[in-house]
Design a binder for this molecule. Sequence first.
Ligand code: P5A
Length: 446
Amino acid sequence: MRLSRYFLPVLKENPSEAQIVSHRYMLRAGMIKQSAAGIYSWLPLGFRVLKNIEQIVHEEQQRAGHVPMLMPTLQSADLWRESGRYDDYGEEMLRITDRHGRDMLYGPTNEELITDIFRSHVGSYKDLPLTLYHIQWKFRDEIRPRFGVMRGREFYMKDGYNFDIDRDAAIHAYNRHMVSYLRTYERMGLQAIPMRADSGPIGGEDTHEFLVLADTGESEVFYDSAITDLRMGERKVNYDSWDECAAIVKEWTTPYARTDETHDGDLFAKVPQERQRTSRGIEVGQIFYFGTKYSETMDARVVNDKGERVPVHMGSHGIGVSRLLGAIIEASHDDKGIIWPEGVTPFHCGIVNLKQGDAEADAACEALYASLSALGLDPLYDDRNERAGGKFATMDLIGLPWRITVGPRGLKNGVVELTSRRTGESEEMTPEMAVEKVAAVYAALR
Ligand code: P5A
């Protein structure tokens, strides 16, 4: 992409309404624009990151064997009356009446809708296990939408639903989700810690939230610092193996880690004192096992191997896709702007031309642009007639992990400069080497 042809409405001033750094940088970098309280337009740069995050979620869900689909944003109130949640959900639910006077709602979540789809089409244990998911906009009329995309009213969520014959099989689905979420967040450059939590309006006995540690997080968390040493890393997971998933879950749930909702002071006191941590966290996902809560009230049953009709065991599993942009920025920035992890960056590499209009500099930039593109990478070429200082400030603000700077002086010696946004370190090298280095970084990602 050439910046002269792009739409990147960066702001020089700090917007007064933004109280936390991620909200400030998302507005300043021209990623989002508020259209109403808690409702945002996703401008091109923000949209690119949103799509990258969504893509990682899709890949990891499908790696775990989960099946993608798409359900509507608007739902009929009747289904929610069946489960009993139409009244329970309260004012967070946006209720709508259509021209025929029918009660509708903008879905805050999809347990009812998916259970209805399931019961219409599945009748035998032979069709289980099954996990369906989608990534779709949700609406919750939050009383205090704030911090930009962090607590929106309209937000983008991945929500998945497992259907299993019994508790044991459903626990495997729960564990499989935990493992796949750990991988998902790591690919985004995040450490998200599973913490025992409260199930709230979704219900159920077993639930974990995934929290990214950050001072600006809305939840208070208590944990054993040993958990922050754990990594999924490169290990290969057989998602069909009950034991393998359970072992990973055990590894991650053995050290104490809880939100304030479930915090137990006596248990926490057993953690060696030097490892006790209290902090704040951003909830970027939550998984639930709720057994037959919806299948019984909505009559979603299958015939088991003994010929009996039994309610299926279910769970639901959510990732806050749009909230993740905020969480990643909270975890990865400095005073100049965002520092995107390579896994989600909107462009792989910036190209800064220090002397636009200089025949040699222009040609070198074009050549870099062509070689990076030929390798399947997306460079952002700042080809505007601007001062170098302004170009650097924009690149730093929008946070691309790598920048290649091209100027007539370096070109005389056959070199350009490659700069890492994270370390700030620059190195001079031939344009070919710069392309090779950048390409190698991205080739190493999973
Ligand atoms: C699980 C999937 C559920 O709704 N039903 C379907 C279950 N869980 S949840 O915890 O309530 O939401 C899942 C994730 O969505 C994000 N989230 C939000 N993001 C931005 N703004 C909001 N107002 C908001 N509310 C929830 C969180 O990341 C949450 O973990």
